[in-house]
Design a protein around this ligand. Structure first.
Ligand code: NDP
Length: 344
């Protein structure tokens, strides 16, 4: 059901999840639509982005991407909004903005967290191919790993918001791209629609063997989105001088303790040492001031000319956000996951 217009529906954190969240960890409540005071704008949400980091802010952890969500408070999240009413000199009713309304219909803002979007033909692209996930791919791959022609680049979650863009940017730079994704449909899409050279199913019991066969010259760049068994398959294939951008570890987000098994830290550190591997973490919030303008210019052109695309997985209705989000953590999304909260 889309927004009713008279109340503010909010999806709040009801309990801190143990492992994979369940629908009971969320609760939908209703509050009055707030009224803007001096210097404030009232925003109505059109689209809500669902992203893996939201799992981390459901736990009580030190802030990396955003502070932990307090129990009973709305889940946080990036949004595309219309300004409904404004007592702020910089915004007028009807303006389209990128905001941080979280999982609710309406929010007040003082304006400093808002980015004017002008009029976008597809406003939800501001949450995907023209927004945070694609910006992460741009900085993490082009600035940090710096792919060169004929190098082999491997990326997992290959049809997801970050991974799909990583693979296409690596192809634009002339690299050979091997994707890893969940299932045959996603793998076919990565090759046929996104132009990857090869894509392998992460659930294949012979993944390590198949990855070795797909990378006969080893791996020059690994863009880490997932961790777990995929990283185990990648590590032995990394070349001398390989670059690894550590962007995400979604396979571990629901873990409450360290996984059992032999301690593989010595193996990892020996590989880093002997192969002179350069491993670099990326937290995209660090890069907006310096690199977002360049990203907007470059990606705007690549998207307009059809050289980069990102499939959108769109879910209708705020009340469906919890199920869609839980599905994202299990790989049920196919492309950038967004919720259409209200009609424009
Ligand atoms: P995606 O759109 O790629 O969705 C998540 C995907 O992760 C799923 O579709 C699934 O893909 C894969 N996945 C889920 N569970 C597992 C698992 N147990 N093992 C392996 N793969 C799994 O999300 P995003 O593109 O938004 O994010 C990708 C990664 O990038 C995440 O780890 C995220 O946290 C990180 N990120 C980091 C940022 C930063 O600043 N450091 C910024 C943005 C994202 P499939 O079915 O194909 O395997």
């Amino acid at each position: 059901m889309l927004r009713s217009g008279t109340v503010n529906r909010r999806v709040v954190l009801a309990s801190r999840p143990r492992g994979l969240p369940t629908p009971r960890d969320f609760r939908i409540d209703e509050a009055a639509v707030p009224t803007p005071g001096e210097g404030q704008v009232l925003l109505r949400t059109l689209y809500l982005s669902l992203d893996p980091y939201m799992r981390q802010v459901m736990d009580e952890i030190p802030p990396v991407y955003a502070p932990s969500v307090r129990l009973g408070e709305p889940m946080v999240g990036g949004t595309v909004n219309r300004v409904v009413a404004s007592k702020h000199p910089g915004f007028r009713p009807g303006d389209l903005v990128l905001g941080n309304a979280g999982w609710q219909d309406y929010v007040l803002s003082e304006g400093q967290d808002l980015v004017s979007l002008g009029e976008l033909a597809q406003p939800s692209q501001a949450l995907g191919v023209l927004g945070m996930p694609a910006f992460t791919a741009y900085v993490g791959l082009l600035d940090m790993a710096q792919p060169k022609p004929r190098e082999t680049v491997v990326v997992a979650a290959a049809t997801g918001a970050v991974g799909a863009v990583v693979g296409q940017l690596a192809r634009l730079k002339g690299a050979r791209v091997v994707g890893i994704a969940g299932g045959a449909d996603k793998c076919r899409y990565a090759v046929e629609e996104l132009g990857f050279d090869v894509c392998l199913d992460r659930r294949d019991s012979r993944l390590a063997e198949r990855l070795a066969a797909a990378c006969p010259g080893g791996i020059d760049i690994y863009f880490e989105n997932v961790g777990g068994a995929v990283f185990d398959a990648v590590l032995p294939l990394l070349n001398i001088g390989a670059r690894v951008t550590v962007c995400g570890l979604i396979a571990h987000y629901n873990e409450e303790t360290l996984p059992p098994g032999p301690n593989r830290l010595p193996q990892l550190m020996t590989a880093v040492l002997q192969k002179r591997i350069r491993m670099q973490g990326v937290v995209i919030l660090d890069h907006y001031a310096d690199r977002f303008d360049a990203f907007r210019r470059d990606m705007g052109e690549w998207v307009a000319t059809g050289r980069v695309k990102l499939r959108e997985d769109r879910v209708d209705g705020l009340e469906n956000a919890p199920t869609a989000f839980i599905g994202l953590l299990e790989g049920h999304n196919f492309g950038k996951l967004v919720v259409r909260v209200s009609d424009d």
